[in-house]
Design a protein around this ligand. Sequence first.
Ligand SMILES: Nc1ncnc2c1ncn2[C@@H]1O[C@H](COP(=O)(O)OP(=O)(O)OP(=O)(O)O)[C@@H](O)[C@H]1O
Ligand SMILES: [Mg+2]
Length: 365
Amino acid sequence: MKLGVVGLPNVGKSTLFNALTQAGAQSANYPFCTIEPNYGIVSVPDARMDYLAQIYHPQKFTPAQIEFVDIAGLVKGASKGEGLGNKFLSHIREVDAIIEVVRCFEDDNITHVDGSIDPLRDVTTINYELIFADMETVQKRLDKALKFQKTGDKKFKVEAEACQLILDELEKGNFARNIELSEEQEEIMHSMFLLTDKPIIYVGNIAEDQVGKNDLPVLQPLLTYAAEHGSEVVTISAKIEEDLAGMDEEEKQLFIEELGIGESGLSKLIKKSYSLLGLISYLTAGEKEVRAWTITKGTKAPQAAGKIHSDFERGFIKAEIVAFDTLKNDCNGDMQLAKEKGLVRQEGKEYVIADGDVVLFRFNV
Ligand SMILES: Nc1ncnc2c1ncn2[C@@H]1O[C@H](COP(=O)(O)OP(=O)(O)OP(=O)(O)O)[C@@H](O)[C@H]1O
Ligand SMILES: [Mg+2]
């Protein structure tokens, strides 16, 4: 599961990517600094895991992970080959969700490709390029469907109708994922891997001296736009986060207090990215290892067990489960006590695993 960092050139994408991954990608004050994508793996912060580690002092500590891809900047006309154009749109096609970086910081020394700070104009520019690229994809599919409709196969008629509907909505500026479709049409839509079918989080990249301030006027249009399109905004100063990422823990704490920023914007962004992908974690805890296992929402117990080992799925008998909050609040993290109190549930094959379930699988092969 990958998230792509997307936006205009020179808005702080690589700076944010470096803060997230500490991968040391090149970032500099000129447009199109990044050409080839940079990839990096990031651990998902989880206070529940930290708590379990304090209880178990495990030999191994394995948090959930997600991958970020730093993609080259897009400009107006990219879908028609402007800037570095179509090639970069294809890098976006590879990812499962989009982190769209929007420049909100004023700094006369940092070039803005469109000459001024205007977050709403910028998101509109980027999103229209995504929409235009999608329109091209759907048009191609529509042409094909219309051609094959002559064969009399009803499948192509349904396909052509769906494509026409999607095309009309895209033309109005709507994102594919927000179009109301029947189940059958939805399936056709997903099969085209449209860019605007991917969920988006907007990152308002603010200046150092804007950090910790509420109701920044520069953010308001972006907040409204995001809300109207069913997305969230995370505000971050990528520059500060990059500096923070390079510090040791003590230095970092001092700096965070000085800035008055509480939880780092970065951990907020990583957690939101994880749920944007539709992912949740179940936990296993013992002296050997405390570990978060990544599953998609709605996964049943045997398939979740299969993440650990295919034998666990094949020979699944039952899952012994206690919700993390119950374990912490009612049993001080003591699994034995949870058992004695009858708080550990026995769940079967149809049980849908919940986020934060602490699990022990019973299996037989
Ligand atoms: N919040 C911020 N405040 C001030 N300067 C920033 C901020 N975020 C990034 N910058 C600066 O903006 C410049 C461009 O950053 P970066 O290289 O990360 O952009 P980019 O979006 O990756 O660009 P490209 O599309 O060219 O790859 C750098 O000089 C960086 O230090
Ligand atoms: Mg870059």
